[in-house]
Design a protein around this ligand. Sequence first.
Ligand code: ADP
Length: 482
Amino acid sequence: MKLLSVASEIFPLIKTGGLADVTGALPAALEKLGVQTRTVLPGYSQVLDKCPKAKLVAEFANIGGHAVSILGAKVAGLDLLIVKAPGLFERDGGPYADLNGADYGDNWRRFSVFAKAAAMIATGALKGYKPDVVHCHDWQAALTPAYLRFGTEPAPPSVMTIHNIAFQGQFAAQVFGELGLPASAWSFDGVEYYGSVGFLKGGLQAADAITTVSPTYAREIRNAEFGMGLEGLINARAGVVSGIVNGIDTDVWNPETDPALATGFATRTSARRSGNRKAVAKHFGLKPGDGLLVAIVTRLTWQKGMDLLAEAVDGIVANGASLAILGSGDKGLENALQQAAQRHPGRVAIQVGYDEPLAHLMQGGCDAILVPSRFEPCGLTQLCALRYGCVPIVARTGGLADTVIDANMAGLAAGIATGFHLGPLSARAIVEGVADAAAVKRDGKAWARMVKNGMTTDVTWQASAERYRNLFQDLIDRQAKA
Ligand code: ADP
């Protein structure tokens, strides 16, 4: 099976979040199942720098007013098709925003040209290459199914995957005329979205199947609280919506060989974690003693519940736990957490920034990790934590609810619990959740069981890659019969 994946980020070339981890890891997992993936991604400067041997494979004189060339490259086991359009993608800032964090004003142009190039590849613009199915990720790739649907060429079936429905790519109605879509696409059936242009909306309407990254999130986005305006569409298309949880790259996240750990440890024993615990405490200047040492590794945002964490810090410390925080994001939340660290020297510390090796060390050394998200399509942090014997304390939402088995009475009695679900989310629920975890840790045996359960949980891509493969095959078969 030949799969064309369309994504605006891919690990290890360009990453702002979990999306890149997924698009970077899925090709290898699918390959084991006989699916060959080629990934179309924008030619950001950061990407071109890492692909010095990329070769020209196609040229388009004019897509949306830009000359576009397609470069082929094989990097880190990935088969890439890079959409090179210097005026659109070769900039100093990040993939979506400038160095000050402001979204580029022409993001609609950048990602419509990107999606159009992908649609042209999908319909045979590269000599000798015709994919069987197209897999589009998030709003940046969402116009691809729309171009396929409103185009005149026979097109392969497409799947639209939502990694976070909060990001929709919504733009002023005026840009519609510049997208190169027929007038009929300005409709309920196309990209029209409450009087604006909705990229994600258009993709969700046009794709043959919709997936999101956990079954619980697939249900949640049918409600206004989570659907962010798209709940009506999701309900209308519920028959083609499903949830497939993410896995993690267990070669990158392998506690036996991880170079970021002070002391490596085997998958089934956690005794050697204590060397990493000491290293975390030293790095952060913490004195956790026998109390629960809790990690936070996250973007510091409202979605991640970091405002509630800031409120909960005093209560968490009063109950004897310590907090090591790694993250960056909202400046107000950074300040609030920095102030909390100043109030509790030796018990609360924060490092502002993005630090992959430190994240690994924290997962390998902290007793628990707190993930109090208001919504969480899947979440990867808790999967890494399970594998590293760091017990997840999570909000009961989305993929967090699907991947962590709560230490409620039934879970503990059956010996299957892997973590803790917080009650309805509030600062108080966070304080109580951490206290519950600390209480179980004091009962060494129950805690050891939970750690072991977590470390032996299947967090690989295998089962999920099979689900994607089956979905792709189903769409291919249906198209063949139609
Ligand atoms: P999201 O994509 O919403 O940010 P996920 O949990 O799905 O959240 O994925 C985020 C990934 O990035 C996880 O692997 C997490 O550990 C990692 N991460 C987040 N913030 C940091 C940070 N400050 N330093 C290192 N890794 C981080």
